[in-house]
Design a binder for this molecule. Structure first.
Ligand SMILES: [Zn+2]
Length: 84
């Protein structure tokens, strides 16, 4: 299931099952799937509707984002270790 750590009384972001990350709720749409209601961002829905090329482009951007994030994370972990 999706990890929900957000206070329901003040929803700010929702977990996007397509990107596997959180987006602002204004950019999200709730859609019904075989496994129930899920949140997905409008950008990923539009990319899917535009066809395979736009979808591939969207996937590239997501993996670029993920790569940058894990590099930053690795660097932060190294800095933490050197502080000891
Ligand atoms: Zn998304």
């Amino acid at each position: 299931m999706t990890p929900e750590t957000i206070d329901d009384t003040k929803p700010v972001t929702k977990f996007c099952y397509h990107c596997r990350s959180h987006h602002p709720i204004e950019e999200m749409r709730q859609i019904s799937t075989k496994t129930g209601k899920r949140w997905r961002c409008i950008r990923s829905i539009e990319a899917t509707q535009k066809g395979p090329e736009a979808r591939a482009e969207f996937g590239r951007r997501v993996s670029e984002m993920n790569t940058t994030e894990s590099k930053n994370h690795a660097r932060r972990m190294n800095e933490l270790r050197q502080d000891k």
